[in-house]
Design a protein around this ligand. Sequence first.
Ligand code: UD1
Ligand code: UDP
Length: 388
Amino acid sequence: MTESKFIASGDLEDAIAIVVGTRPGIVMFAPIIKAFERSGLEHFVIHTGQHYSPNMDGQFFADLGLRDVDHRIEGVPERRTHGGQTAAMLEGVEKILLDRRPRLILVGGDANTNLAAALAARKLHINVGHVEAGERSYDWRMPEEHNRVIIDHISDVLFVTCERSVENLRKEGIRGRIEVTGNPIVDASMQHAEIAAEHSAILSDLGIKPGEYGVMTTHREENVDVEEHLIGSLEGVDTASREAGITTIFAAHPRTTKRLREFGRTEWVESLANIRMIDAVGYLDFLHLVSNARIVFTDSGGVQQEACIHHTPCVTLRENTEWTETLDIGANRLAGSDPERIVNATRDALQEKRAWVCPFGSGDTAEQIVAIAAEFGRVPCETTGTAS
Ligand code: UD1
Ligand code: UDP
């Protein structure tokens, strides 16, 4: 076993590591990986193995036109607790970093993947860059909130979506340099909307027409692991869809289908008249579904943003959101899992004019991140980490 020793900056290579591992992470990093490829900068991609089913992983590489990763950590899906999963990924990333010794590692978002990788790099004195830094729900039940806070505090460069995220970080006295770049989810949407329109057959496959259906996703553990919350959300969306005269396509995350099975509720969902449950779909099909939907119901962070980007009104099945600007501009409403609140929020959302301006950037976030990363990829770690 390699013994831990202090790694001086002279021991590092001028290379940048990019870490993916979950569905939203692959979407977020796709434009960044492509911008790295265009730049000619030395880089490599690590997959932590957190998401592994073809419709949560391989389909995204195909849809987003990404080559296979350089390193993939094995044995993670078997680990089913936060600690076990995070530990396996931390150890896996550490091994790769000890071998490759990049000067900078980029992580993105708030999944356990990012905490594990950021912590592995921090301990090895490798610069940490956090994409989508500074988001806060201030909901301490959420594993994502623990992860974000920790990652932000151990990062050297924090790529944030907007000024609100800067405020969040300033309040916490963050050490690293903050860069407002927008969110690469906008780049991904802009780069793939036309491709999706051309190649996705999801509407005809499902026999639905633009503007005549809703889209639903839910997967947060505090929602779907609690039967009352999951059933309340589904009842609310079913009633709201009936009232609106639409069918809602429910693209179920594997965690959610598993919980429905455990609760003995699969047949019940299938019997709902205005919800049609399907397995989670690939990125191009989902983009096409969201951009043509009458309304979106979700507890996902990325899907709230995508609804906003595509001017589709959103009802968020949570009590809070990180993306508060979507509420301010009328793109989104909070409804929790109470059926009556979901019905009321839907009535309200369907009245909305859809004229808001997207607050998450203009599609050049990846290029900005690569330019800043190039600078950090050459700077010794010891000289960074002061508040800007
Ligand atoms: C994780 C993230 C969450 C993110 C979500 C994106 C954490 C704490 N949570 O939640 O922030 O929003 O990813 O989708 O990191 N499963 C499969 N196949 C897969 C992946 C998962 O079957 O490819 C099932 C397994 O039963 C697994 C369960 O889903 O045990 C939960 O997966 P996990 O990666 O632990 O968390 P997510 O709910 O996906
Ligand atoms: N997504 C997808 N297919 C689906 C549901 C979601 O391609 O069936 C994509 C969606 O376009 C977005 C990302 O997954 O880019 C969001 O991931 P998720 O909701 O799993 O995680 P979160 O954003 O909440 O962390």
